[in-house]
Design a protein around this ligand. Structure first.
Ligand code: PEP
Ligand code: MG
Length: 318
C-alpha cells in the first residue's frame, strides 16, 4: 500500500471532473521542508513558527536567527509558497516566558494566546514580522495570523506589519512582498468573513481550534474528548460559510487543521467547495488518493445534506 501511494507523488491532485486541488504541508521546523517536498506538497500551508520559540528557557530567537530560519524554509521549498504563521503560544504550547502567568490562567484556551499574546508583546511581534519580511526576499512567503476574532485586532496587526516595513526601510534592509492571511479559528471570525476579506488576501481555517471554540470543548481535556466532533452541524456550517464567502469574493481559502489530513473528511470538504488542503506531510499521498477517486459535481448535493443532518456521521459512509 505504501509503495502504491508513493507512486502518486508526482501525480497532480485532480478530481475525476477535472478540479485541481492544492495539497500543502504543515511544518514545524525549516528542515521539515525536505519531507514536505518528498511527499509531493506544492507548498507549505502552515509553518507553526512557535516551535522556534519553545523550550529555550525564555531566551527567544532574535531577528537574525528567525530570519535565517524562515529563509531556510523558503529556500528549502524551492520557490513554492511558504505560509509562515506568527507565533501561537498559549495553553497547549507554553512558552517559558508566559509561564509566569501560566499557573493562574483561569482558562488558557480563552486567555492570552496566539495573536492576543503577540499584540500584548508588540516589540517581540515586530522582531518576528521583520524577520518574516526579510525572508520574503528569498522566496514566495505568505504571512498567516492565528486566532483573530475582532476588527480591532486586525487593525492593530496590520499597523504593526506596516511599522515593521518602515523600520526595515529606515535601516536600509532588503525585504520582500508578503501575501497576508488570517486564520479562521474562532466562531466570531467564521461569522464575519467579509470583514476579514476586506483586509486579507486569503484565509486558512484552523479546524482544531474552530471545533474547540464552537462546541466549548477544551481540545486538551481528555474528559470531554468524546464530545469533540468535527462533523457537528455547527462546525460544518461555519466551515461551509467561510469557504462559500471566500469563493464569492475570489479569495484563497484552505483548511489547515487535522480535518484536512483525515481521509474520512476529504469527500465532505471537497463537497463543501474546498480546493486547498494543508496537512502533515505523511497524509498527503493518502488524501491525494481519495481526491483522484472523487467527482465533486456528485459531492455537492450530498455535502449539503450532511450539513443539515441530525446525525452527519451516519451519512459520512454513504
Ligand atoms: C488549528 O487550530 O486547526 C490549527 C491548525 O492550529 P493549531 O493546531 O496549531 O492550533
Ligand atoms: Mg489553532
Amino acid at each position: 500500500e505504501r509503495e502504491r501511494l508513493s507512486r502518486l507523488k508526482n501525480t497532480p491532485a485532480v478530481t475525476l471532473d477535472g478540479q485541481k486541488i492544492e495539497l500543502l504541508a504543515n511544518i514545524e521546523q525549516p528542515e521539515d521542508a525536505v519531507g514536505a517536498l518528498k511527499a509531493g506538497a506544492v507548498g507549505v500551508g502552515l509553518f507553526r513558527s512557535e516551535f522556534l520559540f519553545m523550550g529555550r528557557d525564555g531566551k527567544l530567537p532574535d531577528e537574525e536567527e528567525q530570519y535565517q530560519a524562515y529563509r531556510r524554509a523558503a529556500e528549502g521549498m524551492q520557490g513554492l509558497p511558504v505560509t509562515i504563521r506568527t507565533v501561537d503560544v498559549g495553553a497547549d504550547k507554553p512558552l517559558d516566558r508566559t509561564a509566569r502567568a501560566g499557573d493562574d490562567h483561569l482558562n488558557p484556551a480563552l486567555g492570552l494566546r496566539a495573536i492576543r499574546w503577540s499584540l500584548a508583546e508588540p516589540a517581540m511581534f515586530l522582531v518576528q514580522l521583520r524577520a518574516i519580511l526579510r525572508a520574503a526576499a528569498h522566496g514566495s512567503v505568505n504571512l498567516l495570523i492565528p486566532m483573530l476574532a475582532h476588527a480591532g485586532e486586525i487593525r492593530q496587526t496590520l499597523a504593526l506589519v506596516n511599522k515593521a516595513r518602515e523600520q526595515l526601510d529606515a535601516r536600509g534592509v532588503v525585504f520582500g512582498p508578503l501575501r497576508l492571511g488570517a486564520m479562521i479559528e474562532v466562531p466570531a471570525a467564521a461569522l464575519t468573513v467579509p470583514l476579514f476579506l476586506r483586509h486579507f488576501d486569503f484565509l486558512s481555517i484552523g479546524t482544531n481550534d474552530l471545533i474547540q471554540y464552537t462546541l466549548a470543548i477544551d481540545r486538551a481535556d481528555e474528559s470531554v474528548s468524546h464530545l469533540y466532533d468535527p462533523v457537528h452541524p455547527a462546525v460544518l456550517q461555519l466551515i461551509a460559510n467561510t469557504i462559500a464567502q471566500c469563493q464569492a469574493l475570489n479569495k484563497g481559502v484552505s483548511v489547515c487543521g487535522e480535518m484536512a489530513g483525515d481521509v474520512a473528511m476529504t469527500r465532505l470538504l471537497l463537497g463543501l467547495g474546498l480546493r486547498s488542503f494543508s496537512m502533515h506531510p505523511s497524509q498527503i499521498l493518502a488524501v491525494k488518493q481519495q481526491i483522484l477517486r472523487c467527482d465533486t459535481t456528485r459531492l455537492q448535493a450530498w455535502a449539503q445534506s450532511v450539513l443539515i443532518a441530525d446525525d452527519p456521521a451516519a451519512l459520512m459512509t454513504d
